[in-house]
Design a protein around this ligand. Structure first.
Ligand SMILES: Cc1cc2nc3c(=O)[nH]c(=O)nc-3n(C[C@H](O)[C@H](O)[C@H](O)COP(=O)(O)O)c2cc1C
Length: 181
């Protein structure tokens, strides 16, 4: 199986990336091919709402986002990984999520494969982000794609680069989720 690992933190070697790499290792250990995308450095236009996809046509943007979307429409699985920024995923992550619409909204395209998410944040408790995480599991994943949803890993209490190295239980869990692909 091909898995697209979408790294949504602008910090290339930050906490999200650390946890994501562990999940990738778990997936690769099961023989899957993983392609990691560092979203910050890619050319991904935000969805313009033109609705051309509703007519069964490809997205108007032939950019790096199209490369990701094309693979998802051909059956790739996905890991969406992002820090929490003011209670939500980063703009980099949301920009590609909105482009999922060009599959969801296209009568001739569909997702298949599996999905998981990673969220990292500085706040030490998990309760506060539970509603957001549940909503994000529902949309886009459970409600708007045919992807088989595996699990969300929320890593709390990590703020500075390197903090995730100490989150041993979470790193182990990330590896285990990777093995579920
Ligand atoms: C603009 C910005 C907004 C943030 N908002 C939150 C927040 O709402 N809640 C929180 O717990 N941490 C927040 N953080 C902290 C990050 O989630 C935390 O540092 C995370 O580990 C960063 O992941 P990274 O190392 O992969 O970039 C924020 C950080 C930045 C830069």
């Amino acid at each position: 199986m091909k898995i697209l690992a979408l790294q949504g933190s602008p910090r290339k070697k930050g906490n999200t990336n650390r946890v994501l790499d562990e999940m990738i290792k778990g997936a690769q250990g099961n023989g899957h091919e993983v392609i990691k995308y560092y979203l910050e450095k890619l050319d991904i236009n935000p969805c313009s709402g033109c609705e051309i996809c509703a007519k069964g046509k490809d997205c108007r943007y032939d950019d790096d986002g199209a490369e990701i979307i094309d693979q998802l429409a051909q059956g790739a699985s996905v890991i969406l990984a992002s820090p929490i920024y003011f209670g939500q995923m980063t703009a980099q992550a949301k920009t590609i999520v909105d482009r999922f619409y060009s599959i969801f909204n296209n009568p001739d395209k569909k997702f298949s494969g599996k999905a998981a998410m990673i969220f990292t944040h500085a706040y030490p408790d998990k309760d506060i982000y539970e509603p957001y995480i549940k909503l994000t599991e529902a949309q886009p994943f459970l409600n708007n794609t045919e992807l088989e949803y595996i699990e969300t890993l929320e890593v709390a209490g990590v703020k500075f680069i390197g903090d995730a190295d100490k989150a041993e239980d979470d790193l182990k869990k990330a590896y285990e989720i990777g093995q579920k692909f």
